[in-house]
Design a protein around this ligand. Structure first.
Ligand code: UDP
Length: 372
């Protein structure tokens, strides 16, 4: 086993894998380690005994407008084009999420629906995305009625379950990820490229990491790594852990998944149904929709968020609140004093990155390290 590397990357998730490949193609040696028994981080997927591709750590839908990111990833996988659709049951009726004109038509009588749609169009224009917290502030009695309805039935309880706090305590862009559409468009995302890797995410990362300059060691914690020399460290673990929790631990949300295989072809009409009411789970994912897999059985997962505790469970979501950002900044100050150590990814940067944002951040870092 080789002992000397130019680069050590801690974590084989999307950030670590993309960076490893870029460095390797730049002629540098890379060791990637991960304490889990698999690569891919929380993007990890596998095929279950019924032939269904399962996203072990929750639904991951790749999307981007960035040509460079799309081209890069496409070198390592074929894609299944997929438009993600989400529904929620409100007043016993299934409606599209993001809340759109169809949701309005389903939930309100004709007259009311007409007023809501006309006022949305008049004030925001056609095909626009309006964040709920913005709509709530609009000084018009009808739009206020609509905003209060959507806030209560789509955002309030879901957010309380997901984050353990009131929507207003979170950074504004958190809820703005799921706006209100001033149209009948019923896709969850609007990016140009939206797709799922045909052989799965894990295979895509396996191909990415398959390079003569890259070695991988799984099942090893950074703290237990011995007899390895490296010039630069890229750390995608949580930044507070790296500094032994010198300040308070950074808060995260964790998730529990209750998987269930059912002896029926289909369980729900779309891949994800959000439960935006008082149920204890936030959503149910039915995995076969992602790759349009035709099987006799189906596998679903109920998703239950809860508070992350160090050493007890896994980190999924940094919590985008002001006080947490301030705590992170304290760690960042420590990080700046480290030489040749870089913090990457959702945990290293304490950022609620979607996959494409994680890749974009790595592209930027790589460019900074290797200016042309
Ligand atoms: N959200 C909500 N109701 C929904 C969908 C989203 O309240 O039906 C809020 C909630 O706070 C959630 C955030 O919007 O955490 C972002 O949603 P997204 O679907 O992007 O979350 P992710 O898929 O990353 O868990």
């Amino acid at each position: 086993m080789q002992k000397n590397y130019q680069n050590l990357i801690v974590g084989a998730g999307i950030s670590g894998a993309v960076l490893a490949r870029l460095l390797a193609e730049n002629g540098q040696s890379v060791l990637v380690i991960d304490k889990r028994s698999h690569i891919g981080g929380n993007c990890y997927d596998y095929t279950d005994e019924n032939g269904i591709n399962i996203h072990k750590y929750g639904p991951h839908i790749f999307r981007t407008n960035d040509e460079q990111i799309w081209q890069f990833l496409s070198r390592f996988t074929a894609w299944h084009e997929y438009t993600h659709k989400v529904r929620s049951k409100i007043n016993n009726k299934e409606v599209p999420i993001p809340f759109n004109f169809e949701s309005i038509d389903i939930l309100f009588d004709k007259q009311k629906a007409k007023i809501f749609k006309e006022k949305l169009l008049k004030n925001y224009g056609k095909n626009k995305k309006v964040p709920i917290l913005e709509l709530k502030k609009f000084p018009d009695a009808d739009l206020k009625e609509l905003a209060d309805f959507i806030y209560e039935n789509v955002f309030y309880h879901y957010t309380l379950k997901q984050w353990g706090c009131e929507p207003e305590e979170l950074s504004a862009d958190t809820l703005a990820r799921v706006p209100i559409y001033t149209s009948y468009y019923d896709g969850y995302f609007t990016e140009k490229y939206q797709a799922i890797p045909v052989p799965g995410y894990t295979k895509m990362f396996e191909n990415m990491l398959n390079h003569p300059n890259i070695n991988i060691q799984l099942n090893i914690d950074f703290k237990d790594l011995k007899d390895i020399n490296y010039e630069r460290l890229f750390y995608s673990g949580s930044i507070d852990e790296f500094f032994n929790y010198k300040f308070n631990a950074l808060p995260y949300r964790s998730l529990n998944f209750r998987f269930n295989t059912l002896d029926q072809q289909k369980f729900q009409s779309v891949a994800v149904v959000n439960y935006t009411g008082q149920e204890t789970y936030t959503r149910i994912t039915e995995f076969k929709h992602f790759l349009n897999q035709q099987t006799q059985k189906t596998t679903i997962a109920y998703e239950y968020p809860f508070t992350f505790e160090v050493g007890k469970n896994k980190r999924y979501y940094p919590i985008p609140k002001r006080e947490n950002e301030q705590l992170y900044q304290k760690y960042l100050e420590l990080a700046k004093k480290e030489k040749n150590v870089y913090f990457i990814g959702r945990l290293g940067e304490y950022k609620y990155y979607a996959m494409q944002n994680a890749v974009s951040a790595i592209f930027k870092l790589f460019k900074k390290l290797n200016p042309v």
